[in-house]
Ligand binder design. Structure first.
Ligand code: C2E
Ligand code: MG
Ligand code: MG
Ligand code: MG
Length: 272
């Protein structure tokens, strides 16, 4: 009876899983078609260096731009791509597009690209990064790969392994959305990251909220003592920027400075 019960449970679990992918399938097909038609675009949001006030880096952000319609947010279609196995190819495409777009611009701009942990786990990922760098001509020192803290945490030690290989290429690693992932400090010690991006949820409460201020200040101090560069996400007001500058945060990104832009607008902005 117990064996039958277990089998039954396994079957229904498999069924449940199949059901999810069935629901995803038509949307995933739509996404794939949209991508083939060129409806997936990459925008670039400037990061402002707080000491010089200049743009030193940009973050690549994917969009599904439906013709004559609204843009579908990456928070919708990236998880869909992750669930349906499209993320490896789509992620590689975003990376290649970002590297070639930025390599063509004048100056020494760096580019940050968001990477899903599924891509990291793919055995061909490091070779793909190496090939994309070679093809675009972008020096590895100007590429940053952003990995969300909460997505990497469950991977444990195994999740850290590909990061060493990325470093060996000369590419920089940033922890994205820092402060939301229940990170333990000992984990941060073993995590070979170069940049910390403080999550927007803390920045939003600045400068009025005492706790958010204290936490932000502590993240900057801790990051600096670990030799990391600290970037604040979602800077929307001058008061937030002033606070961040006052606690020696290295860079800021947000609507105060610029929304994500098409690459053509970016070249105008950096020559300004
Ligand atoms: P993220 O990497 O944390 O990117 C920052 C998000 O905050 C972006 O949302 C950006 O448009 C938004 N943002 C920037 N400044 C402000 C501000 O001042 N206020 C507010 N309220 N929001 C601001 P977006 O573009 O919708 O991207 C959402 C998330 O989707 C990203 O969060 C990233 O995790 C993911 N994502 C985007 N593109 C890709 C991609 O190519 N691959 C992967 N794996 N993930 C991606
Ligand atoms: Mg990011
Ligand atoms: Mg973020
Ligand atoms: Mg995010």
């Amino acid at each position: 009876v117990i064996v039958a019960l277990i089998d039954d449970t396994k079957r229904s679990l498999r069924g449940a899983r199949r059901q999810i992918s069935t629901a995803d399938a038509p949307l995933a097909a739509k996404l794939k078609d949209a991508w083939t038609r060129g409806e997936i675009v990459v925008l670039y949001q400037p990061q402002i260096d707080m000491s010089s006030g200049s743009v030193t880096s940009v973050e690549a952000l994917a969009r599904w731009q439906q013709p004559g319609g609204d843009a579908v947010a990456p928070t919708v279609f990236i998880p869909l791509a992750e669930r349906t196995g499209l993320i490896d190819a789509l992620g590689r495409w975003v990376l290649a597009k970002a590297c070639s777009d930025i390599a063509r611009l004048p100056g020494q701009l760096s580019v940050s690209v968001n990477v899903s942990p599924i891509q990291l786990r793919h055995p061909g990922f490091i070779d793909a990064v190496r090939a994309i760098l070679a093809e675009s001509g972008l020096p590895p020192q100007r590429l940053v790969l952003e990995i969300t803290e909460s997505q990497l945490m469950p991977e444990g030690e195994a999740g850290l392994r590909p990061l060493a290989a990325i470093h060996a290429l000369g590419v920089t690693i940033a922890i994205d959305d820092f402060g939301t992932g229940y990170s333990s400090l000992s984990y941060l010690n073993r995590f070979p990251a170069d940049h910390l991006k403080i999550d927007r949820s803390f920045i939003r409460e600045l400068p009025g909220d005492k706790a958010a201020g204290a936490i932000t200040r502590a993240i900057v101090a801790m990051g600096h003592s670990l030799g990391m560069r600290i970037i604040a996400e979602g800077v929307e007001t001058a008061a937030q920027a002033d606070f961040l500058q006052g606690i020696w945060c290295d860079a800021g990104q947000g609507y105060l400075y610029s929304p994500p832009l098409p690459v053509s607008d970016l070249s105008a902005l950096i020559t300004e």
